[in-house]
Design a protein around this ligand. Structure first.
Ligand code: HAM
Length: 428
């Protein structure tokens, strides 16, 4: 029996990869326009890094991490998200000394042992950004607007929900109010929520049970419990979003699945993907650098977009803009002599920057023209015995079917120049 991929782990096949590259290229371009530089961090980290940042009492740390002991007996984990690793690297390499405000992005696979379903995998890919060293609310809006722009340039429609989770000064009072509320509803909420109302009360608001959600409609909202600093930060973030014409709704019960957030949190959501509604999400985490052993008062904010969900949406919404893979020129050489002649010519054309395909075995014309069609070739150069004798090959425009003769005499560079000119002329 053949071996299959693990459940929740997916191959990205050759006919899907174009859309992935398109998403990645669009995002990279926008990241660069906003002054971000790429950072690449390892997939494996010490388990402690995630426990300390994401939080011991979160779903991710409690039940979703791929953690194991390596051969030395150390507990290591395949990263379930990128923020903790980027911050670890930021602290470890003293990046703040090089630039007071760091704008970093990273793209790559993440791992969570969740129940796989549409838009939810165990290995999934995130494009994530982090800004360290600035706590101005205008930055919150700028970052959210960048996420919005990525979706806009991809041709995707989503909605933006924002909230503020307060700070260590105002959250304890809110927690108290929430715990008191939950104590009064103990019989009406699920066991998980009962347990969490003691260990990590904010998490209950994230519960997937509709029964619990019905109860939480009446729960106290954190935005009514913000201290003056957090309330000002939130209203300035909203005003800055207005300036950038990014539409949003405030969702006072959005708590996010990770414990490190403070103040602004946000999600870019769609109703087109069933239960997996967030295509991107993030927020501010002003205490996290210090919590991981770095500098005190080092604010941070970031977000991540789930690439699988973007691919699903793009396929669903049929957004155009994803370039089709084509070939500039297919060289159809017939028979051994012509093939030997064409082989170095093709190499030369590729060195000149053209996308060129050829059949290395010199198969029949019919078979080669089929290959040219499959490769979506814009031009075909036909070079058989007859053409060799005449000293002229045939260049066919595969769309208009027009043909022209091109001379074979002279050095290969001359023929190469004619072909490059013919192919690039039609591009303009
Ligand atoms: P997160 O909300 O856990 O945040 O994930 C961000 C995005 O990753 C989600 O909105 C979703 O699109 C995608 N995602 C998450 N889990 C899966 C999955 N199992 N399958 C497919 N896609 C998934 C974070 O990870 C934070 N590190 C974001 C952040 C960066 N906050 C600040 N900086």
């Amino acid at each position: 029996m053949s071996i299959q991929a693990l459940k929740g782990f997916k191959d990205i096949l050759p006919d899907e990869v174009g859309i992935w590259q398109h998403i990645e290229a669009t995002a990279r371009d926008i990241f660069h326009r906003f002054g971000f530089t790429e950072i690449r961090v390892p997939i494996l980290e010490k388990t402690e890094l995630f426990a300390r940042s994401i939080g011991e009492a979160t779903d991710i740390v409690e039940k979703e991490m791929y953690s194991f002991s390596d051969r030395n007996g150390d507990s290591i984990t395949m990263r379930p998200e990128g923020t903790a690793s980027v911050l670890r690297s930021f602290i470890e390499h003293g990046l703040q000394a090089k630039l007071p405000v760091q704008r970093l992005y990273t793209i790559g696979p993440m791992f969570r042992h969740e129940r796989p379903q549409k838009g939810r995998l165990r290995q999934f890919h995130q494009m994530s950004v982090e800004v360290l060293g600035l706590d101005h609310p205008r930055l919150d809006a700028e970052l959210i607007a960048m996420g919005w722009l990525i979706l806009e340039e991809l041709g995707l429609t989503t909605t933006l929900q924002i909230n503020s989770l307060g700070c260590p000064a105002c959250r304890p009072a809110y927690k108290e109010a929430l715990v008191a509320f939950l104590a009064g509803r103990k019989e009406h909420i699920c066991e998980d929520c009962q347990r969490r109302s003691l260990s990590n009360p904010l998490r209950v608001l994230d519960c997937k049970s509709s029964h619990c959600q019905e109860q939480y409609v009446a729960a106290p909202a954190i935005i009514d419990h913000l201290c003056q600093g957090c309330a000002d930060h939130f209203s300035q973030t909203k005003a800055s979003l207005d300036l950038l014409a990014v539409p949003y709704t405030v969702n006072p019960f959005m708590v996010r699945g990770l414990d490190y957030y403070t103040r602004t949190t946000f999600e870019l959501v769609t109703d087109a993907l069933g239960a997996q509604s967030a295509v991107g999400a993030g927020g501010r985490y002003d205490g996290l650098v210090e919590q991981l052993g770095g500098a005190k008062n080092m604010p941070g904010i970031g977000f991540a977009m789930g690439m699988e969900r973007l691919v699903l949406l793009l396929n669903q919404q049929n957004a155009d803009g994803c370039p089709e893979t084509t070939t500039d020129l297919f060289v159809a050489a017939l028979g051994e002599e012509a093939t030997v002649r064409a082989f170095p010519l093709v190499h030369l054309l590729r060195r000149k920057g053209l996308q060129v395909a050829m059949d290395l075995e010199g198969k029949s014309l019919k078979s080669q023209m089929k290959q040219a069609d499959r490769a979506k070739a814009r031009f075909a150069l036909i070079l058989g015995e007859e053409e060799l004798t005449k000293g002229e090959a045939v260049l066919r425009d595969m769309t208009s079917k027009e043909q022209q003769q091109v001379p074979l005499a002279g050095p290969p560079e001359a023929l190469c120049a004619i072909l490059v000119a013919a192919v690039t002329r039609t591009e303009q």
